[in-house]
Write a protein that binds this ligand. Structure first.
Ligand SMILES: [Zn+2]
Length: 472
């Protein structure tokens, strides 16, 4: 009875009783957490007296990460924080149960650490995980989630850094890496899996193959998902192995990508995948002004401003249009004079997109576009009001080249409809198609002559992008 009552009390008060608050130290802060990708590093196997070492290890990792492409170029999109989770003892378990090496001479070692990290997971000596063959992994994951919920609930990705001089790590939802000499490279490889959905590019057991950004069974260079990269930066179609299942799976590079070999850069296909994911997570438009319902009176010029999260060097392009006519390019702010406006509603739009050379996506994957639209209500009495809306849009067009069907997919945050004009070489509009939000439409080019056409994408009368279509 007493126990039951205690259990009930514990249940009711468990949050406050067991919330474990640890010190969170900023390592790299580029801007407000809500506008950044927040990478949170948890310590494992560090005693409280070793937290200075932990902070040094996270700093070394962070510097190594943002010294490499594409993180170097997109450094302003990330924040890095360290959570000081104390362990009672230092290091990680080594049960000496691996079957891939002879461990008969090793003495098993067990240490009392917060997440119970261990080598020899899944029978592999260098697999460092928080459970042996998933035993205890579920309870370790509960602990990881509760540390994150109590200390940094808005994290985008967590990484566990283990205080051990021995090389090891694993991917998964919570990648884990030894803070040894190769830790930075290994942690980046594991983040490649966990955060950016990249596959390994080394020879794998048969059951580990599946379609992914950098893994496919398509061996035709016209159809392979990285066809836009073929012959560029060493990208080709390379079988994983010489025989059996691995010989039916292909990767973009051989021996030259961090997803295969540490200390190599990410290949162009993996780099593009990482940049695409960054675009999925974060809008380059951090702030804009003025915001909705601002009445500016009649004081001209009217100033409009974007605060962008710039890439290094900056590859963001901005096109400003006023009433569907180009007004300015690549300026962060513009000023409008009274003579620029017509009576009634005026539409000023800023279309922002990333022209990074890491992306070759005009023919496949998605085109990410971010817009701000201001509606300026003007009369002879002056400006009656300004309203603003922000929109994040993703447009896919595939396959390209095509001899018949081309697909369009569209998604946007304002549930607007996409209008696509197909234009011939003579500049004439051949067809106008509309695609509603979160939907998909096909267009048949079968009856058109072989050659180059242009697709112009509009949303709410704002020109978003112009892309070539090749009919063969
Ligand atoms: Zn790769």
């Amino acid at each position: 009875m007493k126990q039951q009552l205690l259990g009930l009390i514990c249940f009711l008060t468990s949050f406050s009783l067991f919330a474990q608050i640890f010190e969170v130290e900023p390592i790299k802060v580029s801007g407000a957490n809500e506008n950044r990708i927040n990478l949170v590093v948890l310590s494992e196997g560090y005693q409280a007296s070793e937290f200075d070492d932990f902070i040094d290890d996270v700093t070394v990792f962070s510097n190594a990460m943002f010294n490499q492409s594409p993180f170097k170029e997109y450094a302003n999109y990330f924040n890095v924080y360290a959570i000081k989770v104390p362990s009672n003892e230092s290091g990680a378990d080594h049960p000496a149960t691996a079957i891939d090496v002879d461990e008969s001479g090793s003495t098993p070692e067990f240490v009392d650490t917060y997440f119970n990290a261990t080598f020899d997971a899944f029978g592999y000596h260098r697999y460092l995980y928080y459970g042996i063959d998933y035993v205890d992994a579920a309870s370790a994951e509960v602990k990881i989630r509760s540390v994150l919920a109590d200390n940094f609930p808005t994290y985008d990705q967590a990484l566990i850094l283990v205080n051990t001089p021995y090389y090891g790590g694993t991917g998964g939802e919570f990648p884990i890496a030894a803070a040894s000499a190769d830790a930075n490279e290994l942690a980046l490889h594991e983040l490649g899996h966990s955060m950016f959905y990249l596959k390994d590019e080394y020879l794998l057991p048969a059951e580990y193959y599946s379609e992914g950004i950098n893994m496919t069974q398509e061996s035709n260079s016209n159809w392979v998902k990285w066809k836009n990269w073929m012959g560029i930066n060493g990208i080709g179609i390379h079988a994983y192995g010489a025989s059996g299942v691995p010989s039916t799976w292909y990767k973009p590079r051989n021996g030259q990508c961090k997803m295969e070999v540490l200390y190599k850069p990410f290949c162009s296909v993996c780099t593009e995948g990482i940049v695409e994911k960054i675009h999925d997570l974060i809008s380059p438009i951090e702030m804009y002004a003025p915001v909705s319902n601002t009445v500016e009176g009649s004081s001209f010029p009217l100033d409009f401003q974007l605060n962008l999260i710039k890439t290094i060097p900056n590859t963001l392009e901005i096109e400003w249009t006023l009433n569907a006519t180009n007004f300015a390019n690549n300026l962060d702010d513009v000023s409008i004079e009274e003579t620029d406006l017509v009576e009634g509603e005026n539409t000023l739009a800023a279309v922002v997109h990333d022209a990074s050379s890491f992306l070759k996506i005009d023919n496949h994957e998605s085109l990410h576009i971010n817009t701000v639209t201001w509606t300026i209500n003007y009369s002879t009495l002056g400006v009656q009001g300004i309203t603003s809306t922000e929109n994040r849009l993703s447009i896919s067009m595939y396959p390209n080249p095509t001899n018949s069907i081309i697909n369009f997919k569209f998604e946007n945050s304002n549930r607007q409809t996409l209008k696509i004009d197909i234009i011939g070489v003579d500049g004439k509009r051949l067809k106008s198609i509309s695609v509603s939000n979160q939907s998909h439409k096909q267009f048949n080019l079968e009856n058109l002559k072989t050659g180059i056409y242009v697709a112009r994408f509009y949303s709410d009368n704002v020109l978003l992008a112009t892309k070539k279509i090749v009919k063969n």
